[in-house]
Design a protein around this ligand. Structure first.
Ligand SMILES: [Ca+2]
Length: 154
């Protein structure tokens, strides 16, 4: 592969550059206390999003305060390209009871559900925030038009 006279450092530089270009594009959504929230410019299913966050040493986001919800809403509101984000909330374990995947804690009264939501029964078990309405909805976990919202605790 290496041509004679072509310094190996050039090849290494090309390889590193390739890695950088292949790296996912991560955006900081905001920081609340020790919680840093990020999103990525790629659309994934809920399960893929779980894996994706883990692959970056993070976890799918758990929102635990009004402040955290507001930070995410402000980010989505200011995005030129409207998009939805997955949260770690699910009722996969007990239909109709939404809990946070990572902690097992119930979502309680924090969610700002769209009117009539959650309404998906056994077909929709994963929770997203709609980038246009800023409201929460249950959706099929296989729905792909949604970006992961990851958290990193510092
Ligand atoms: Ca359900």
């Amino acid at each position: 592969m290496m041509k004679k006279g072509f310094p190996s450092s050039i090849w290494i530089a090309i390889l590193i550059l390739g890695e950088i270009q292949a790296a996912p594009c991560i955006h900081l959504v905001g920081t609340v206390g020790k919680k840093n929230l990020f999103t990525a410019t790629r659309e994934l299913t809920w399960f893929e999003s779980l894996e994706y966050c883990h692959s970056l040493g993070m976890s799918l986001a758990v929102l635990e305060s009004e402040r955290e919800v507001t930070v995410v809403e402000e980010y989505l509101q200011n995005c030129a390209v409207k998009h939805h984000v997955w949260l770690a909330a699910t009722d996969l374990f007990k239909e109709g009871t939404f809990t946070w995947m990572n902690t097992g804690n119930p979502v309680g009264t924090l969610p700002r559900w769209l009117n009539g939501q959650p309404d998906g029964g056994l077909r929709q078990n994963c929770v997203l925030i709609n980038g246009s309405t800023l409201k929460w909805e249950d959706q099929s976990c296989s729905f792909i038009y949604c970006r992961p919202l990851c958290q990193l605790l510092s």
